[in-house]
Design a protein around this ligand. Structure first.
Ligand code: ADP
Length: 437
């Protein structure tokens, strides 16, 4: 009986010990699995943060087992990915900045003619508001069939095309469009670059007109000189009454030719970039007084009174000879296009902002309002015959405009037909705040 009791006690103890062992094992298993799960979760969170491109905190290897090794290699991959990501986003923001600040309009489309990129210049050219929604059909952005046709042709042939276009939305501006295929992996699309050539075309036209005008202007005096020289040679030399008159005509036209040539020279000098010497401080009053002396005799001959009023001095930055020439041209016009007994008033002062101002007003024939906006153009004259009679070249005011604009100033005109004209020159004074900033 005692033996049986002892055996039962041992069994119980074994059972208890086994139970305890099982419990401990369970607890340990639970604890291990918890740490394991936690570690795996950490790895997973880390991997997720990489995908989400958030700046993930670095992952320190926590033990020497396989999971620790995995954490280590994931961490190294993360470093490389982060590096790559930084480089890519740097590259992409650099490209975005370049494209955004480009003068040329840039538009990229996919193979279904949907917008994948559009920069500000392009949106402006086609009158669209930024940002242009991605995947917008091009048709809704640009309604010109010629433009769509160009893109379709690029997509169909995989070739580059160039085309001159006048976009309806861009108010008469002329563009040269270059469209090229764009392939990224298996994806195909096209890119179009808009180059505004309106100004270029206008300049080209101005240049052509100018060459035409110059030839025309030169031809008139040359023809006259040749004609009168031939008349003289063919017998008029003996004509005591007229030979002197003919010679005087020849001389007048030669002077005209000379005037045109020297005015053209001044203009081309003014237009050919920056002058060799830096600008100097020029006294407005000195330049004006010197110009007044130059036109004095002409004014006397034409019986026009020069009436300098208050001449407040100011220093401006520029070139003395040029400024004087601009004043001579303005004063000369005020005398030439005046009437006998008329007068020219000259005044200098300051604008409320402190800029120097010269006002030259005359009591002359005035300028029709239709012609006013054009008188600063080269060779533009209201009355060609009158201008020629008084020895004009039609270049005087364009020289004035060039000189004054070179000095960052402006020249404006107001006029009443039959009453007179007022020319106002405004130049930044060296001592005013605007000129110093
Ligand atoms: P021009 O050599 O003929 O004087 P400008 O370029 O100096 O050439 O002037 C252009 C034209 O502007 C002149 O032909 C004239 O018709 C007009 N004009 C300029 N200044 C005056 C003025 N003070 N009064 C009237 N017309 C003027």
């Amino acid at each position: 009986h005692e033996v049986a009791d002892a055996a039962a006690a041992v069994r119980w103890r074994i059972l208890a010990a086994s139970l305890l062992a099982a419990l401990i094992a369970l607890a340990m298993a639970y604890w291990f699995s918890r740490t394991f799960t936690r570690r795996i979760r950490r790895l997973q969170a880390f991997a997720d943060s990489l995908l989400g491109a958030r700046t993930a905190e670095s992952l320190a290897p926590d033990s020497d087992d396989e999971l620790g090794a995995l954490a280590g290699s994931l961490s190294r991959t993360a470093d490389q990915l982060r590096d790559l990501f930084d480089k890519l986003s740097m590259e992409s923001s650099r490209r975005e900045a370049i494209l955004a600040s480009m003068m040329e309009g840039v538009l990229a489309v996919d193979h279904e003619l949907r917008v994948t990129f559009c920069n500000e210049a392009f949106a402006r050219a086609v009158g669209a508001r930024m940002p242009v929604p991605s995947h917008l059909p091009v048709l809704e952005l640009v309604r010109d069939p010629a433009f769509l046709d160009l893109l379709s042709r690029v997509l169909a042939t995989n070739q580059t095309f160039k085309h001159r276009l006048q976009l309806a939305a861009a108010e008469g501006r002329v563009f040269e469009v270059q469209a090229a295929p764009l392939t990224a992996g298996t994806r195909r699309g096209a890119i179009a670059i808009l180059h505004d050539i309106t100004d270029l075309e206008r300049l080209e036209r101005v240049r052509r007109d100018f060459v035409g005008n110059v030839s025309h202007e030169l031809r008139t005096p040359l023809t006259a000189i040749r004609g009168y020289a031939e008349t003289l040679l063919e017998g008029a030399l003996e004509d005591q009454e007229n030979n002197r008159k003919f010679l005087e005509i020849i001389r007048a036209h030669a002077i005209r030719l000379n005037n045109i040539a020297s005015d053209l020279l001044v203009l081309s000098e003014l237009e050919s970039g920056q002058p060799a010497t830096p600008p100097e401080a020029v006294s407005i009053r000195e330049a004006l007084e010197s110009a007044l002396r130059t036109v004095e005799s002409e004014a006397h001959i034409r019986n026009v009174a020069l009436k300098p009023g208050r001449l407040e001095d100011a220093a401006v930055a520029g070139y003395r000879i040029r400024l004087e020439q601009a004043f001579v041209n303005l004063l000369d016009n005020a005398v030439k296009f005046n009437r006998p007994g008329g007068e020219v008033r000259i005044e200098t002062g300051r604008t409320p902002e402190g800029a120097a101002q010269v006002i030259i007003s005359d009591t002359g024939i005035g300028i029709p309002s239709d012609d006013l906006p054009r008188i600063f153009e080269r060779f533009y004259r209201v009355d060609k015959a009158r201008s020629r009679d008084v020895g004009g070249t039609g270049l005087g005011l364009s020289i004035v405009k060039h000189v004054i604009e070179r000095m960052n100033g402006t020249v404006t005109v107001e006029s009443k037909l039959g009453k007179g004209s007022v020319f106002t020159v405004t130049l930044p004074a060296l001592d005013s705040a605007a000129a110093q900033s």
